[in-house]
Design a protein around this ligand. Sequence first.
Ligand SMILES: *[C@@H]1O[C@H](CO)[C@@H](O)[C@H](O)[C@H]1NC(C)=O
Ligand SMILES: *[C@@H]1O[C@H](CO)[C@@H](O)[C@H](O)[C@H]1NC(C)=O
Length: 391
Amino acid sequence: MFNRYLSRYASTPIFTIVGCVIILFVYNHVSLKPCRTDDKFLKNALPVVTTVYTTRPRTTAQTGDGYLPIDVPWTAAHNKDDYVKAKFDKSCYTATLPFHIPKALRNDSELHERDCVQRVPRAIIPGIRKCGTAALQHFLTVHPYITGPILEVHFFDSKGKYNTNGDSEPSYGWYKQQMPYTTVEEIGIEKTPAYVFRPPDLPRRVAEEMPPETVFIVTLCDPVRRAVSDYLEYNRKKTGTEEMMGLHKYVGETFESSVIRNGYLDQLNEFVDMGIYLKHLLRWLDHIPMNRLHVVDGGILAEDPALELRKIETFLGVPHFFRREHFYRNESRGLQCMSFPSTQHCLPLNKGRVHPDVALDVFKQLCDFYRPYNLALENLFRQKFTWTEIC
Ligand SMILES: *[C@@H]1O[C@H](CO)[C@@H](O)[C@H](O)[C@H]1NC(C)=O
Ligand SMILES: *[C@@H]1O[C@H](CO)[C@@H](O)[C@H](O)[C@H]1NC(C)=O
């Protein structure tokens, strides 16, 4: 927003001068408390990131620059009857509306014939909360080859479900029951944004217990905006402190009072900690190879969903279905809506919530805090994220 003001007024010399004076004044007089950055982590981990991880081979899904896959002409992407054929002719379900939520299971003989069973997901969206995971899951399940529950499954992060007996036998039966029936060609996908950062041994368990071909898709967005969005969601519920696994979530009367405690940025507050994407993803990369993790630019997802969806199609190895023509922007709500194949779905990319302005000093403190992590993240994935320019 600031940049927009600058560019609009920059052409008028008087405004440029006045603007610069104001900026200098604010810069010098707003007291910017130094943030206690996680020095140990930065010193130890960042050199490792830039040396060890960036030497790993890139996968097709991460080739970035100027990338757009070759289009496969596919009438299922334009014609509703062809879409229904592509999605349901070989599927375990018959067509019902809305098409992306499978409801009418075929009879036993057909299920057997088609080798339909409930399987653990081939792809998991483990995060990041408030970066468009719900919209991503919704969009993806519209694809003729992709299916999965719309609701969050919470298998690995829930003791009761992951480990029903309280001993070492995880209950994969329960996990499979949450998934739709799939043929071997279909890709089952589940989304639970809590996986990415809790509990600490989750990535190891997932890596050891899930089939080795399981892949992971993570959406990343501006961590400052994410924190505000997260705060707004919790603030609807209650204020106070909630302790969990060495982190806490302190919800104050305002966003600023929640993340700044005694003049310092409260890095252990979950609102702040979750935005240290680098830290959380490195925990995963200790257990899963880089080429099984695909990173989605949440900024692009919110503006041009087809572009990110097509990269995911390549990553998953499914034919390209999503087109720009499938989406339109509802200006009044600031949402991307999908108008194919059934009537319009308007999807809650950011749940349409209007964000309050964050106090400038707090905004700057958060930006300064996240900047080194964001840069290291770009090095790690050799990918420039649109949202790193916001700060
Ligand atoms: C299963 O459904 C198919 C297609 O609707 C039908 O042709 C078949 O007779 C049914 N089989 C049984 C055992 O009901
Ligand atoms: C945009 O959203 C508003 C509010 O939900 C709705 O009334 C309107 O019809 C939508 N417009 C389009 C073009 O989808």
